[in-house]
Design a protein around this ligand. Structure first.
Ligand code: AVJ
Length: 320
């Protein structure tokens, strides 16, 4: 039996629109002069698991740096937001970060939003079993082009939660547009946002090119996702993981590099790649404290408070 059936305070809502046809989006990205695949396609079931593994890597310190900040400042956050909030988790994944806030924050409603529908359903069902007093709504949607919430989400005391430096996937202007849409969706509420800070370039690259090759597997797996969703015929072994820091743009970049001349085919199209040619799969922008404050102000937020870890590698912003 589906465990969620026995949980009356848990609901799911699938708002993945027919308009965002992944096959068309993937094929268009592969056909462009500079080929690309959007990072949201990393997160099929295996991709979501590989990302969990990345978060355990010694080179990838982001989740631990962020957790130190949350643990230290839970009281500040709880005090500012007040009781009975509606916690809106943007890119909830395994819901673990939000769940760690539950004891202090005691939200009345928890809204977990993620593009990985099946993974979210599985994880949120477990979370709901552990916290039967909190009303929960799982929303499967792609919010990368703006946030819209189902009517069942309470309007009062909304706290948008966007941890993990996921904001880094947006170019600065898109980040501003996205945060403006979050601001509009949480009128009168709060935002709790995590962002990775600019740091030593060697450590920065190692975080995206770990010795075990977990990040390489995560990056390469997007080709399996494309094969499934867009009918392409990528051979994973023809590609190599590339991670580099783009100093001018202040961002980490991940690419897949063709190991030889090859052709990728799909129903109705094909793309030729020369050896060494790249598919751009992800940008992870790195912020400074003042850059992040400026971004939040430009998106309509005020009373921005910043919390950092002792090594100043990560920053958490709480804004009204
Ligand atoms: C989930 C977007 C925050 O950019 O650091 C981890 C994804 N990519 N390793 C990041 C990721 C490669 C991650 N975010």
């Amino acid at each position: 039996m589906d465990a969620s059936l026995a949980l009356p305070r848990l609901r799911f809502c699938d708002s993945l629109k027919a308009a965002d046809d992944p096959a068309l989006e993937l094929r268009a990205g592969l056909s462009a002069a500079a080929a690309s695949i959007a990072p949201k396609f990393f997160y099929d079931r295996l991709g979501a698991r590989l990302f969990e593994a990345i978060c355990e890597l010694s080179e990838y310190t982001l989740p631990r740096d962020e957790q130190v900040i949350f643990d230290r400042h839970t009281a500040d956050i709880t005090q500012a937001v007040g009781p009975d909030c509606t916690l809106i988790d943007l890119g909830a994944g395994n819901c673990a970060k939000a769940e760690r806030l539950f004891p202090a924050l005691a939200p009345r409603q928890y809204v977990a939003i993620d593009i990985a529908a099946a993974f979210l359903r599985e994880q949120l069902t477990r979370v709901a079993q552990r916290h039967p007093q909190i009303e929960m709504i799982g929303v499967a949607t792609d919010f990368s082009s703006g946030l819209a919430l189902p009517a069942s989400v309470r309007a009062q005391r909304r706290l948008a939660f966007y941890p993990g430096s996921s904001i880094g996937n947006f170019a600065p202007l898109d980040a501003r547009a996205f945060l403006s849409s979050v601001h509009a969706a949480c009128n009168g509420g709060y935002l709790l946002l995590g962002a990775d800070l600019v740091k030593d370039p060697v450590a920065q690259v190692a975080a995206y090119d770990d010795a075990l090759g977990v990040t390489a597997a995560f990056n390469l797996n997007v080709l399996n996702v494309a094969n499934r969703l867009a009918g392409t015929d990528f051979l994973v072994s023809d590609w190599r993981h590339v991670a580099r820091f783009n100093e001018t743009e202040s961002r980490m970049e991940m690419h897949l590099e063709a190991r030889r001349d090859l052709v990728v085919c799909w129903p109705g199209g094909e793309r030729r790649f020369a050896a060494g040619e790249l598919i751009h799969t992800e940008n992870s922008y790195k912020y400074t404290r003042s850059g992040l404050t400026g971004l939040l102000h430009s998106a309509g937020y005020r009373n921005v408070r910043l919390f950092t870890d002792p090594s100043e590698r990560f920053v958490v912003a709480l804004a009204e």
